[in-house]
Design a protein around this ligand. Structure first.
Ligand SMILES: [Cu+2]
Length: 392
């Protein structure tokens, strides 16, 4: 009997909790009200089944409890009851699944007048691409991905030259304009999710997935990666800004195109080969997954203006990020952890010339790098290389 009472309380409390709890869905900011309808249908179906099954248990406990003179009866088959159960279960499953098929069909069938935007996921940030004036994306290939060409666009494809690339910044979209979102991933599974749009989809290396939506209110919304993708997953966020169409057009006009980026690269050809080598090494070693060079925050501190700056460590002491400090941070990153960053960096054991190139590159990213300190020639004697040789 006690059990029957406890079960009854659980049924009433669960239903009451569903209707009285203070947590609600985020405000809808897209055309996908049908996603919410599906959620409510699922709640209704699973809720009804939960109440029915629990109530049946209460009934069975009360009605068939042990009483003197009452004998149990063995009844292995009941055809009629089985047909009923089969029929009701089938209806319940159909009610759960069918609306999803209908809405999903809509979700991936893009309207004719949609604009296209590409979202690229990587450990651990989102980047975006707009097709530019010609309305066509240039071809891309993972083999072309580098720090200078973060989305791997083909420089020989003229359709790509007017493409606009936004690396690690905000996705901007005009309000009330259907958008087809094309998604790809550079390394592992990610998932592009904006709760207010009720739109999310996996980003899978080697394929392009897509969905569409129409943003219906202006404002800023958070993008989150909804697929566990490594140690920096928690920090893989971004934002979407939905703007008035005029403001959006104005912003888009002002963005540099892939062609502009290529031109800038040519200008850089004449730079110090040591710095160029450092950049290539940093790219190959995957440093940019955690360290930005544009000042944006990632898993690790940005390299922009790091050299020569004062760094606050976890124990509240400060240290100047000079050459010795940068070398120590690479060979023994946990010894002097920067405040506000997780101990996520593995120790690296580079050859001296690799280290020199990296230091030269990081130094070149500091605009007011103290030029009076010694030049970074590969075989310039600082005590550090010997130290590392000993550690090896
Ligand atoms: Cu991710």
């Amino acid at each position: 009997m006690t059990l029957a009472i406890i079960l009854t309380i659980i049924i009433i409390a669960s239903v009451a909790f569903h209707f009285l709890n203070p947590w609600t869905l985020t405000e809808l900011a897209s055309n996908w009200a049908s996603m919410d309808a599906m959620l409510h249908i699922s709640f209704a179906v699973t809720g009804l089944v939960f109440v029915a099954v629990s109530a049946f248990m209460v009934l069975a406990i009360v009605r068939y409890r042990h009483r003197p003179g009452h004998k149990a009866e063995f009844s292995p088959d009941n055809r009629r009851l089985e047909w009923w159960l089969l029929g009701l279960t089938t209806l319940g499953i159909i009610a759960l699944l069918a609306p999803g098929l209908v809405v999903y069909y809509d979700f991936i069938r893009t309207p004719e007048d949609s604009m296209e935007v590409e979202v690229v996921g990587e450990q651990w940030r989102f980047s975006y691409r707009y097709p530019g004036e010609d309305g066509t994306f240039g071809t891309s290939d993972v083999r072309l991905v580098s720090s200078d060409n973060p989305l791997g666009l083909d420089p020989d494809d003229p359709a790509g030259h007017d493409d606009i690339i936004v690396v690690g910044g905000d996705l901007r979209l005009p309000v009330d304009q259907p958008v087809k979102v094309l998604m790809r991933a550079k390394d592992v599974l990610h998932n592009f999710f904006v709760p207010q749009f009720r739109a999310k989809m996996d980003m899978v290396p080697g394929m392009v997935t897509h969905f569409w939506f129409t943003p219906t209110s202006t404002g800023e919304f958070e993008v989150i990666c909804a697929q566990h993708c490594g140690v920096g997953h928690y920090n893989m966020r971004g934002s979407v800004r939905v703007m008035e169409p005029e403001a959006f057009d104005e912003w888009l006009q002002a963005q540099p195109t892939f062609g502009d980026m290529l031109a800038e690269l040519e200008d850089r050809e004449e730079e110090d080969p040591q710095i160029a080598r450092g950049r290539t090494i940093a790219d190959q070693e995957g440093c940019f997954a955690c360290h930005s060079v544009d000042g944006s925050r990632r898993v690790g501190p940005t390299w922009l203006n790091l050299y020569g700056s004062e760094v606050t460590l976890v124990d509240d002491t400060t240290v100047i990020a000079d050459e010795a400090y940068i070398r120590r941070s690479i060979t023994d990153p946990r010894a002097e952890l920067t405040q506000g960053f997780p101990p996520a960096m593995p120790a690296y054991d580079f050859e001296d010339d690799v280290m020199d190139a990296l230091v030269a590159y990081i130094r070149s990213l500091a605009q007011d790098s103290p030029d009076e300190t010694e030049e970074t020639a590969p075989d310039h004697a600082s005590p550090e290389p010997d130290d590392q040789a000993l550690r090896r």
